[in-house]
Design a binder for this molecule. Structure first.
Ligand SMILES: [Zn+2]
Length: 343
């Protein structure tokens, strides 16, 4: 089959479109999915570039989001059948540790992500756990479906499960043009909040506004903290979503109201910001870490998507053979929403 693999860490140029063995035979708990569409996530870029503590065996097929047609099912799987149209929860879990038994698989002691801890979906076929499959509504295209799982699952858990955003609250979303950001805007609105989104250009900010952001701030030309204080009449926002890290962390803290909540799921600009703890204890802020989510959260996302209440935002669709270009576009922040790849 054709796949995009890396044989070493590095820049986009290490992505190789080449022949790779099909991921067969499958185990009794697995399914074999014919990939019709996959999408690019920042996680793919981290796996490609390498991170301290991240162990990657080479060659490795990248990609954590997949939508396609089930071609084979393991002996223990009755949830899906060959021919079913599905997408997949990118997270895998053991099912029997303390956290899995408590119903919170994203805390699993052996939690893994497709493409990070094993071969992924930048390929014509991928082997995934059968219990992770989610059926697609008939009307949903594979390209739309591939743009949903990781970013919407991440955003849903942050805003709905962790921060518990309430109607009437105000939510600040940094760099909202990223895939997770476009999901956060819609979910925060769905929760009844007023959404303040930041972006690097007026063009991106207009798209964020069209998606549901009530107010947009150009972080290159405006002082985000000052603008948020004006917009909230010095009160500050109830919730900040921060996956930027180093560049935004102290601004996030300063933008919160007393007793506000900060939820973080990533650190694309650096993971070691300086922190003044007085702001946290004196103003009684809450910091929530969040990563991925549960099968139940992903099923909830897909119910909303199938009803048209949430919609995947796709910048463009490229053939899988152009994965190098796709990674470049994401790293150069030239996209709004998701880049989808089709094998
Ligand atoms: Zn577990």
């Amino acid at each position: 089959m054709k796949a995009v693999r890396i044989h070493q860490h590095g820049g986009p140029e290490v992505l190789q479109y080449e022949d790779a063995p099909e991921p067969t035979p499958i185990g009794p708990d697995d399914i074999l999915l014919e990939v019709k569409a996959t999408s690019v996530n920042h996680l793919d870029i981290w796996v490609r570039g390498g991170l301290p503590g991240m162990k990657v065996n080479f060659p490795r097929i990248l990609g954590c989001d997949a939508a396609g047609i089930v071609r084979e099912v393991g002996a223990n799987i009755d949830k899906v059948r060959p021919g079913d149209r599905v997408t997949v929860n990118p997270g895998s879990y053991c099912g029997h540790c303390e956290y899995c038994l408590a119903g919170d698989a994203s805390l699993c002691l052996s939690y893994g992500i497709i493409g990070e801890h094993g071969d992924g979906a930048y390929a014509q076929f991928v082997r995934v756990p059968g219990r992770s499959a989610v059926h697609l509504p008939d009307a949903m295209s594979f390209t739309d479906a591939a743009a949903v799982p990781l970013v919407f699952l991440t955003a849903w858990r942050m805003l709905v499960t962790k921060a518990e955003v309430q109607p009437g609250e105000e939510v600040l979303i940094h760099s909202a043009s990223a895939g997770v950001g476009t999901a956060c805007i819609q979910i925060a609105r769905r929760c009844g909040a007023r959404v303040i989104a930041t972006g690097s250009s007026d063009e991106k900010n207009e798209k964020a506004r069209a998606l549901g952001a009530d107010v947009v701030i150009n972080y290159r030309t405006e002082d985000v903290v000052k603008r948020v204080r004006e917009l909230t009449k010095k009160r500050g926002v109830d919730v900040v979503v921060d996956y930027i890290g180093l560049d935004t962390w102290s601004k996030s803290i300063q933008c919160l109201r007393r007793g506000g909540r900060l939820v973080t799921c990533g650190a694309t600009t650096g993971y070691d910001p300086k922190e003044d703890l007085r702001h946290i204890f004196y103003r009684q802020l809450s910091i929530f870490g969040s990563t991925m989510g549960t099968q139940r959260e992903l099923e909830a996302v897909f119910r909303c998507v199938s009803r048209g209440e949430l919609k995947p935002v796709i910048d463009r669709v490229l053939p899988l053979s152009e994965a190098v270009q796709a990674h470049r576009l994401i790293e150069e922040r030239k996209t709004f929403g998701k880049l989808v790849l089709t094998p």
